[in-house]
Design a protein around this ligand. Structure first.
Ligand SMILES: Nc1ncnc2c1ncn2[C@@H]1O[C@H](COP(=O)(O)OP(=O)(O)O)[C@@H](O)[C@H]1O
Ligand SMILES: [Mg+2]
Length: 358
């Protein structure tokens, strides 16, 4: 699947733009403040119905306008096409897939999977586990269509159990323990399975970008894995009562990247950390392509501030072989390196919110 045509209305300083992207690599360059990140944000909104840079839609809608619209024509590998449109107002959200209204972000995410690598992406390894859970779950969500239902059932059971803990009402806790175990075990299995598919790709790709010995991914289920989940819930009840909150479960899940037995993020440089995050993201995109026969639209914002020239060249050659739709931005055209490495590409210049094919 790739984007064949894209129309953007009223996203930040982009008043209106209509482009026909390449199914391969799209290079976007322009001065600071010209609208490059705004352009990628429009693409992100098309797949997620939210901005990657701002929690408030008000910041993204063009000043003094009631709403923004991003619409596109998608082409699938079997050559069938689909139309997709997202409209976000200050208090409204409307999504259309093939002229039919759809009501959940999940349906949109399946229709147009999109991932972004941007200056804050290093937080994936450098910040709390929430970022890594999101990363894993995005993969799992695309691999297992029942993931959201399982996750929602788990969350219901968790909040019921927490409510009982707060009231010190332990009579019914056992019922909720069973529910937590039922759904929590499935979630943990899905995540572990996903990471084990990802790990060999991470090893291969990290060899390209960062010479670090055989990174290993260690999955963290969210409970003491020397005991069963049920044992943890039953045996740690006193502690849970004290905190008024369930301490164990997939809501505490995580993963850790190790190299030679050490936690990678604790000894690599900032540049290497970014390269590791890049590796994880590329592994995810590649896994989609190889195991799910699906394409993720990959956005890379501000490539020159993220990677040195050497890694930019390697990235370009990797992406050219991946044969996947990508949008990459930078300030100066020369910072992309040798764009002819990629057979299929287009170059766009952005100035004052206007996007022009070069
Ligand atoms: N809601 C908005 N409406 C109109 N313009 C905006 C809005 N939000 C930001 N801008 C402007 O949009 C421009 C583009 O920003 P951005 O896409 O971050 O630039 P770049 O990534 O090219 O450096 C900036 O000049 C900014 O002032
Ligand atoms: Mg920018």
């Amino acid at each position: 699947m790739s984007l064949e045509k894209l129309d953007i209305y009223r996203v930040r300083n982009i008043d209106y733009a209509s482009i026909l992207p390449s199914p391969g690599i799209n290079f976007i360059y322009g001065n600071n403040g010209s609208g490059k990140s705004a352009f990628l944000d429009a693409l992100f909104i098309l797949g997620r119905a939210r901005s990657f840079r701002s929690n408030s839609v008000k910041q993204v809608i063009q000043f003094n306008q009631p709403d923004l619209i991003v619409s596109a024509k998608l082409k699938h590998h079997n050559l069938s096409s689909a139309s997709l449109g997202v409209q976000l107002g200050l208090k409204s959200k409307t999504i259309h897939l093939n002229q039919q209204e759809i009501y959940t972000r999940a349906e949109l995410a399946y229709a147009f999977p999109v991932q972004i690598i941007q200056p804050k992406s290093y937080l994936l390894l450098d910040a709390g586990p929430q970022f890594r859970r999101e990363f894993m779950d995005w993969g799992v969500f695309n691999m297992h269509r029942d993931f959201l239902t399982v996750w929602q059932n788990f969350k219901i059971a968790l909040s019921q159990r927490n409510a009982l803990l707060k009231k010190h009402d332990i009579k019914q806790i056992n019922v909720w323990n069973q529910e937590l175990v039922q759904y929590g075990t499935i979630l943990a299995e899905y995540r572990q399975q996903y990471l084990s598919l990802l790990e060999p790709l991470v090893k291969n790709i990290s060899d390209i970008f960062i010479k670090i010995n055989t990174p290993e991914i260690k999955f963290v289920a969210g409970w003491d894995d020397s005991r069963s989940y049920l044992d943890c819930l039953q045996q740690d009840l006193e502690k849970d009562l004290k905190f008024g909150y369930t301490q164990s479960g997939p809501h505490r899940g995580d993963f850790v990247l190790y190299s030679e037995g050490r936690v990678s993020k604790d000894f690599v440089s900032r540049g290497q950390l970014k390269a590791l995050v890049l590796t994880l993201m590329l592994a995810q995109v590649k896994l989609f392509k190889t195991d799910l026969s699906q394409e993720v639209c990959l956005l890379i914002d501000d490539i020159s501030s993220e990677f040195d020239f050497d890694n930019r060249c390697k990235l370009l050659s990797f992406l050219s072989q991946l044969d996947n739709q990508v949008f990459i931005t930078t300030n100066e055209f020369k910072e992309f390196g040798d764009i002819n490495l990629s057979v299929q590409h287009k170059v766009f210049h952005v100035e004052h919110g206007k996007i022009k094919l070069m």
